[in-house]
Design a binder for this molecule. Structure first.
Ligand SMILES: [Zn+2]
Length: 266
């Protein structure tokens, strides 16, 4: 089964520091046509390891770790999870895919993964918007992000059950919309509530503009900042759904989306 599990739905500094919501990132299981399932861990923030173990997922089974940019709510647990993916550092296996700042450092940003850990996986690759990779026969694209880390990316997974688009932290930008056209599922980070913008992040209104333009089968909101959590993320989802006509849900910690011919949320 191809599916998504939300190991965390918090984002921004204070929701992460105080763990108002978990910040373990997203786990994506993709079933290959052969029947084998590959495990992708996207943006493992603080507590990702503990959140995984609490959900009975084994860090030893991860095939790829993807880090969008160099902010700790997206990368904090990456090193220990690389150790898991590589069987304690003993087997050169798995893939580490990340924005350039994460692996190489750019200006004041990063690198956020040590040389020791970069030497462990079989595949280590810095990506820029527009890059396409073949990971275990699955196409994974890196998408444009307008964020304070200038090398930030989003990701787009071409699963046998349609495209899953992950928009990472970004300002509203036409290039983000273009990069995610054709997504069946669109995951959007909603850090700020209606009418309360801050630079480089999406408000509820911005998320509605992207969802309304991309028109996926399902929009999933996540990466909630403190103010959004206080207002109630389901209210944000309802607002976006009413505005766009696109089915929209607010993710909860531990939420699972089964991606078959139909989408089942539990
Ligand atoms: Zn960020």
């Amino acid at each position: 089964m191809t599916s998504l599990m939300f190991l965390g739905t918090g984002g921004g500094r204070f929701a992460a520091i105080l763990q108002t919501r978990a910040t373990g990132g997203i786990y994506l299981f993709i079933e290959e046509p052969s029947g084998r399932t590959r495990h992708f861990h996207i943006d493992p923030g603080p507590g990702a390891l503990v959140r995984m173990l609490a959900r009975e997922l084994s860090p030893l089974q991860t095939d790829a770790i993807l880090v969008s940019h160099c902010h700790p709510d997206h990368y904090a647990d990456a090193e220990i999870l690389i150790e898991g993916m590589t069987d304690g550092g003993n087997k050169k296996q798995g893939a580490l895919i990340a924005g350039r700042s994460v692996l190489e450092g750019i200006g004041d940003f990063g690198p956020s993964i040590s040389k020791y850990h970069k030497a462990k996986p079989a595949i280590v690759k810095s990506v820029s918007p527009g890059d396409g990779l073949d990971l275990f026969g699955i196409k994974v694209e890196s998408t444009f992000s307008a964020h304070s880390d200038p090398s930030s990316v989003g990701f787009r997974f071409h699963t046998p059950k349609g495209i899953v688009g992950y928009v990472s932290d970004t300002a509203l930008d036409e290039r983000v919309v273009q990069a995610h056209e054709g997504s069946r599922i669109l995951i959007l980070p909603v850090t700020r509530p209606l009418g309360m913008p801050i630079p480089y992040h999406l408000t509820v209104e911005d998320a509605a503009k992207i969802a309304g333009a991309v028109k996926p089968e399902l929009t999933i909101l996540t990466h909630f900042g403190m103010r959004v959590i206080k207002d109630g993320p389901p209210r944000a989802a309802e607002w976006i759904q009413n505005k766009t006509g696109v089915r929209t849900v607010a993710a909860e910690d531990g939420m699972v989306v089964d991606i078959g011919d139909e989408l089942r949320i539990s």
